[in-house]
Each structure stands twice: as structure tokens, then as C-alpha cells.
Design a protein around this ligand. Sequence first.
Ligand SMILES: [Zn+2]
Length: 406
Amino acid sequence: MERMQAFKFELRPDGQQERQMRRFAGSCRFVFNQALALQKARYENGEKKLGYAGLCRLLTEWRNSPDTAWLADAPVHPLQQTLKDLERAYSNFFAKRADFPRFKKKGQHDAFRYPDPKQIKLEQGNSRLFLPKLGWLRYRNSRPVLGTLKNVTVSQSCGKWYVSIQTAREVEQPIPNGGAVGIDLGIARFATLSDGSHVAPLNSFKRHEMALRRAQQAMSRKTKFSHNWKRAKAHVQHIHARIGNARRDYLHKTTTAISQNHAMVCIEDLQVRNMSRSAAGSTETPGTNVRAKSGLNRSILDQGWFEFRRQLDYKLAWNGGWLVAVPPHNTSRTCPWCGHVSADNRQTQAQFRCVECGFEEHADVVGAINILRAGHARFACEVSDAVRSPAAGTHRSDCGVAPCHA
Ligand SMILES: [Zn+2]
């Protein structure tokens, strides 16, 4: 089994390299925005959208034109990769997986990617990495990089530069440990397992909320772009980075423990992206319940459900296990004992009491049990599909739960 894995390290660039990286990220942003503006204009004129090859020809023109000749200073492959990213953003939009691509802003996800391993050299013994037009870069070597190098992404976050080294390697097909479990995600309890255990809420944002607010207020009192303003801004970024680190660390520990102890994990197929979409709405369709929703949204984002699910998915795959996503149909209202479905079963946010048979349990545990059941049904259904047409059988297919032809 081939395992793709990314290894991320903090870079230790010198001043010259840091300036170069900022410029390269800026050039990529310029190319992305330029290409996006062009595609938009073509669309408004009723023309067909340019393909990747067409965009690359334009990129060559831009690099040769005297107005934008500075683009030629940046390595060409990362610029082309930016156009690939735009292509992908468009196809995600047309497949209804994402919003329409947006213009990139300075300081938001500054990054560029080197796709060609032949141009990259990695000397782990010397803790350094060679990248075209940047030369040898030192990095904080915290762990060995395993496998053959595929591509490298350089990114900036909170004033620090990072390198993410993507590799591939052959590993033995692992045999999963443990049984099946259902997980209900919530606000009061981050995750409740169908065996009755639960994971406490993350709340890293709340813990740092006061410090962050104070730092932001201090920043707003300073004259913009002044020396003091820059210092205050660095402080805000520092707190953001700490929040992010605490959250990432916590999520990784949780998902590692769950994926190592279970062969199958069932989870509600929440549309996290929809739920966390701006509660304010737009001018045409103003949002309803803005206050309540933005509170919930912040909690969802704070808790990182999407990231939790993403990590569970790949870690289970690494351990030979399965992640089964089930549509959220009545999972919080169905009695696991007698099967009675009623909104009255759930009397409060935390308490479940069946009005038919009197079964009582914590509402989140009930949800997790129902998710596990739905997951079993879905899994059986997909396995039988896979037996009939082996190529079509993946645990991600869109088979519904209800009509199960086992
Ligand atoms: Zn019941």
C-alpha cells in the first residue's frame, strides 16, 4: 500500500531568502488574481473559460512583457502551480464542492509549491533543503522524512515560514485493531463515543479569547503602520499562532487515539462548511438569527470538526480501518431501545428519555449509538455493492442507508 505523507518543518531563512520568499508568494498571488480576473471577464463577455494550457501561454507573455517583467524573477513552476490551483478551484465550484474562487489577499495563506522533485535536494543530515532560486535553506529538523520526495510547499503563517515536504512510500497493509464505534460531535462535548466515553471540548479559543481581545484593542489604538502598531500586530499574530498550535496538537492526539483503537468509525455527515457559512447572509438574503448562529459558528470553527474528520479519515486508512459517514437522519430523536422516533424523546439538550418505552441516556450517547447503527447498515450495503462490482467499492461512495440490498 502506498502511503502519501507530508512532513512539515519551520524554515530558518536568512534575510535575503525571506525577502525572496515574500516576493515569490506575491508573484504567485499576482498571477492567480490576474488569471481569475481574466476568466471572470471572459465569462461576462460570454466567452469560454481558458484551459490550463492557455493560461500557461499567457503566463509566458506576462513574464516577457516589460510591465510585469519582475515575474521572471520568480521560479516558473510555482507560478504554473498557482494556475493549476485556480483550475481546481473552478472545477470544485462547478462540482458544487466550493464557493466561487476568490481573489487572494496579501498575508492570507501566502504559499507556493515546487512540483518537480528533480529540482529539489534534501540533506537531512545537514538539516537543509535546496529549492530553485532560493538556494540552500536551513530548517528545524524535528523528525526524519520517510519515503521519496514528491513535491514541496513553502508557506508563511503568523510571521514564520514553513516547508511541507510531501513524500510517498510503500508500507505493508496494516491490520486494524479493535471494533466499531459511532461518534456524535457536539458543542458541550466535543465528541461522544457510542461506548459512553467522551472527549472534553477544546475551547482553546475561549481560553485565549481575553488575551486576544486585549491585544487586538491595543493594536487598534496605535497609528496604522507605525512602529508600535507593527509590534502590537506581531503580538496578535503570536496569540493566533498559539491558539492554532494548541488546537492542532489536541486534535492530533484525539484522532490518533481513536484511530488506533477502532477498526471502523462512524460519524455524522455534517455539512460543516454550510453550517459555518457567514450567518450575516448577503444584502439580497440577509441572515436570520445572526447572533445565535455566529455564536454556534464560532464554536464549530473553534472545535475544528472538519479537521477532526479529515484527520480521522487518513489515520484510519493508515491503520487499515474505515471511516463511514452517515447522513444525519433523526440520529438525535430515535430511541436505540425500541426505535420510536419523536422530537419529544429529547427533552433537553443533554437528556434523552423515550416517550414510548422510558429508555434514558445522555442525548449525545444516544446520537452516537444511532450513528453507529446507521454506519453498520451503510457499511454492509457498500460491501455487497463492492462484491458485485469490485472497482466501485470504496467507503466514500454515495450509497444511501435506507434501501439496503444486502
Ligand atoms: Zn424507546
